[in-house]
Design a protein around this ligand. Sequence first.
Ligand code: SME
Length: 155
Amino acid sequence: MDWNPGTLIGEVQRIVRGPGADTEKLQRVCDLLAERVPHYDWVGFYLVNPDNDRELVLGPYTGAATEQTRIPFGRGVCGRAADERRTVVVGDVTREDNYLACSAATKAEIVTPVFHSGVMVGQIDIDSHTTDPFTPRDRELLDAIRPLVAPLLHP
Ligand code: SME
């Protein structure tokens, strides 16, 4: 199934502006992306812990349950993206030393930080069961989604 960033961005906009609690909306965004983008096998949000701004706490996600519910900045791909405040793409997790295993099936990961009023509030984390699946289309999609979900990412 082909996927189109423009269509998905529009659907995320409708979810964000629609009814429901913020957590429910984030869950719908996870479900949408996991369902529609063939190489997205785990889609989730990590939130910066308001009581410890050097720690990420797992938020809504779609996919296999994970033990990685709290991640210190610097640890794993998520912790690195948080520390460096930038998108990190790992095409082959078996070649990555600083990686926290979530599922044995995961081959690749993209993590992008989300900023609200200049403050990093969390991140979008996507795992793929395919090696090297991410292209500029994924960045285009995630760059557009980041500001849309930013106001929803709070405890
Ligand atoms: N692999 C991540 C941990 C989170 S799971 O992918 C859900 C990491 O290395 O930070």
